[in-house]
Write a protein that binds this ligand. Structure first.
Ligand code: PMP
Length: 407
């Protein structure tokens, strides 16, 4: 168990002291990006102050130090995910980049005319569009696991969907719009029973749920550093060694090669084969510091606090009669999408903003979900462990005040 989370934790996040329009910031847009603790800010600053240098190519001390720090960050990520090998951890720009890497590399190698990729009805655009693009290129089709009106995947149709055309399943672990935690173990086990590999979009899971890639037996998994208290611009693609060796490089350039002549290039070993060009060194180091920080707080304590905030908010918000929840899965992360009858989400979001309350409004890069519910968008409040019950109270009071003005 980690330390219990008290309001003291907020001191670790300087931005939480910010005033907006003269009011205390209430930051409830954590599903879009999380705030950064001092430990992460310091790690990034220290890197630039003390060992800024390029990695993997310098004989000089600074370059060796930068390389060691960068590789240590990879090792930390590997341990956090319980990867069998550090070289199964590829640094990317983020979840989007990781999914594009797999779509492009796996697709070029394994997708043929008549094949298909299976995703779900609750994917972020970044787990739809890259697959559409590669399917179009390869003459394959995209198939979709449907969901019900509660925002729960309908797994009863999964056996039929997993026919022999399916070459890969790619689903989100947690929905960014609905908060639903998907039964990924069941999906993985059904797919594996038919020898179909599975990719997880863990953008909304990595900061909430312990993830053990070996226990999950997942083939590929992508996440973004900025959703787990790390910097923007850095992300991770985990891939089983077997798959990463089977698929071709995504991009060509420096670092991903062993030798180059005009006639032939020999590609580098894992993980460098997938890391062309100078990587985001400070980002990786910052992500390593974020993982240390999360380990220090502990995911157990984070989950406990976030569950409390989620349940408290659901209870309080349910008392607003004009409020409708979008997504009612029992298994869910600390994300709440809602609408107020007769009020456009954007108008509510704007009025809350003027009260210092930052929520997200719109389609949340999940237009198919909005089409499914036949709505233009939602208001979304998403909580992190540094939020408090009194912030939830202010959200609820803010919604009531805004609704009184708008209805
Ligand atoms: N998938 C999900 C479920 C997400 O929530 C997000 C970020 N909103 C992404 C993918 C894309 O992440 P990024 O923009 O950091 O690449």
């Amino acid at each position: 168990m980690g330390r219990s989370i008290t309001e003291n934790i907020r001191k670790d996040f300087p931005i939480l002291d910010t005033k907006v329009y003269g009011k205390d910031l209430i930051y409830l847009d954590n599903a879009a990006t999380t705030q950064k603790p001092v430990a992460v800010l310091t790690a990034v600053e220290d890197y630039y102050k003390t060992c800024n240098s390029n990695v993997h190519r310098g004989v000089h001390l600074l370059s060796q130090q930068a390389t060691a720090a960068y590789e240590e960050a990879r090792h930390k990520v590997g341990q956090f995910l319980n990867a069998a090998f550090s070289h199964e951890v590829i640094f990317t720009k983020g979840t989007t980049d990781g999914i594009n890497l797999v779509a492009s590399s796996f697709g070029r190698k394994f997708l043929h005319v008549g094949d298909s990729i299976l995703i779900s009805a609750m994917e972020h655009h970044s787990n739809i569009v890259p697959w559409q693009m590669i399917c179009e290129e390869r003459g394959a089709t995209l198939k979709v696991i449907p969901m019900d009106k509660n925002g729960v995947l309908q797994l009863d149709v999964l056996p039929a969907l997993l026919d022999e055309s399916v070459k890969l399943v790619s689903v989100t672990y947690v929905s960014n719009s609905l908060g639903t935690i998907n039964p990924v173990r069941e999906i993985i086990s059904q797919a594996h029973a038919k020898n179909i590999p599975v990719m997880l979009d863990a953008a909304q899971a990595i900061q909430h749920l312990p993830i053990d890639v070996q226990e999950l037996d997942i083939d590929f998994l992508a996440f973004s550093g900025h959703k787990i208290y790390g910097p923007t611009g850095i992300g991770v693609l985990y891939g089983k060694e077997k798959w990463l060796n089977l698929i071709p490089p995504y991009q060509g350039g420096g670092d991903m090669i062993k030798t180059v002549t005009f006639e032939k290039t020999i590609y580098n070993d894992l993980p460098y084969k997938f890391e062309a060009g100078t990587p985001d060194i400070s980002g990786a180091i910052g992500l390593g510091a974020a993982i240390d920080y999360v380990n220090y707080i502990s995911l157990d304590a984070i989950q406990e606090k976030e569950h409390d905030l989620l349940n408290y908010a659901l209870e309080q918000m349910a008392e607003i009669t004009s409020l409708k929840f979008i997504g009612k899965a029992e298994q869910r992360a600390s994300v709440i999408s809602f609408l107020i009858d007769g009020v456009h989400p954007y108008d509510l979001g704007e009025l809350l903003d003027k009260q210092g309350i930052a929520i997200r409004t719109g389609h949340h890069c999940t237009e198919p979900i909005m089409d499914f519910f036949d709505i233009p968008g939602t208001c979304r409040a998403s909580f992190a462990f540094y939020n408090t019950r009194s912030e939830v109270d202010l959200l609820v009071a803010g919604i009531k005040r805004a609704a009184a003005i708008l209805i």
